[in-house]
Design a protein around this ligand. Structure first.
Ligand SMILES: N[C@@H](CCC(=O)N[C@@H](CS)C(=O)NCC(=O)O)C(=O)O
Length: 306
């Protein structure tokens, strides 16, 4: 069977969401490190215009967005609660809030001098300049509700109080085992505390302990993989059989474009080959790798005829 490959970078919160999930899943995986901003030539071949991180790959199947990646980890590990569909409605709602509003608040509150020093240690001065130019451009084209940076700590405290209340009853947010929502919250607070050096979470000892519990689970067993080798892996593989749970869509068989609706909205083009209750799958041909199937979540994405 093809290996699970993660294209990611160290300081990426959403990559932390998946790395921590791989720890809970106890999986072996291959780690392909990508740059903190485009150009990312390998991912352009694999995922087309889609430029968010992380991206996962199994052979000639490419998985965009942590919601789809989590479904794959849930399947591979036999832990259905890691997928959103395997969570109760309250957990799905919290995951959605954490991956959007809480993420933005933690980015604002965690962008401290300490975070700057971490970037300085991890990136060249030129790349840091490129990073800021890129993120300003992403921000200009984003379609997300504006949130005041000054209000971020108070809003985060509100969420932490809510989490602390939940953790009174069980070791994880929705019971005895971590579910998708735990990881959605975890990665945002990871950026705030581990990257930004904020001590806000210390005001809520139960949340701090929960954070440590998840951190102790590690990140699974990763083996490094040169990004260029992921192209060879894709070229030697065929996309796997399409899923059986298709719901049909009038655009199946047509040339389409798909893009996130919120930020970093660059589209990927291809032929829609499947629509399931949770995802769209596009077929893409590329001279370097042949046929690929690229998987996107339905939620939060816009699909149009190209
Ligand atoms: N909805 C996406 C969000 C991913 C996301 O925003 N990732 C950030 C990095 S943590 C990103 O792509 N930033 C722009 C970039 O790295 O080019 C998911 O769940 O995967």
């Amino acid at each position: 069977m093809s290996e699970f490959i993660l294209h990611h970078y160290a300081l990426s919160p959403f990559s932390t969401k998946i790395r921590a999930m791989l720890g809970q899943a106890g999986l072996d995986w291959r780690s392909a490190i990508t740059r903190e901003m485009p150009p990312r030539p390998v991912l352009e071949v694999l995922a087309g215009g889609y430029r968010k991180i992380p991206v996962a790959q199994i052979g000639a199947d490419v998985f965009c967005d942590t919601r789809v990646i989590a479904e794959e980890i849930a399947r591979l590990s036999g832990q259905p609660q890691l997928a959103l569909a395997g969570c109760e409605p309250d957990a799905r709602a919290l995951a959605a809030r954490a991956d959007s509003a809480l993420f933005v608040d933690c980015l604002m509150a965690g962008s401290t001098l300490t975070a700057g020093r971490r970037m300085w240690a991890a990136m060249s001065a030129l790349d840091i300049a490129r990073f800021f130019v890129d993120r300003i451009r992403v921000g200009r084209h984003a379609r997300i509700k504006a949130r005041s940076p000054q209000g971020a700590p108070a809003r985060i405290r509100g969420v932490l109080a809510e989490l602390s209340e939940r953790l009174h009853a069980s070791p994880f947010l929705f019971g005895e085992h971590p579910c998708h929502a735990d990881f959605s919250v975890y990665h945002t607070l990871w950026f705030l505390t581990e990257v930004g050096g904020s001590t806000l979470v210390n005001e809520f000892p139960r949340v701090r302990q929960w954070q440590q519990r998840l951190r102790q689970q590690g990140e699974g067993r990763a083996q490094p993989l040169a990004p260029e080798d992921t192209l060879l892996i894709a070229r030697l593989a065929r996309p796997r059989a399409l899923p059986a749970d298709q719901v049909g869509d009038s655009l199946v068989g047509r040339q389409v474009r798909i893009a996130p609706v919120d930020y970093a909205r660059e589209p990927t083009f291809g032929v829609l080959v499947a629509a399931t209750p949770t995802r769209w799958i596009l077929a893409r041909e590329h001279a370097e790798v042949g046929l690929l199937h690229v998987h996107f979540p339905r939620d939060g994405y816009q699909l149009d005829e190209a």
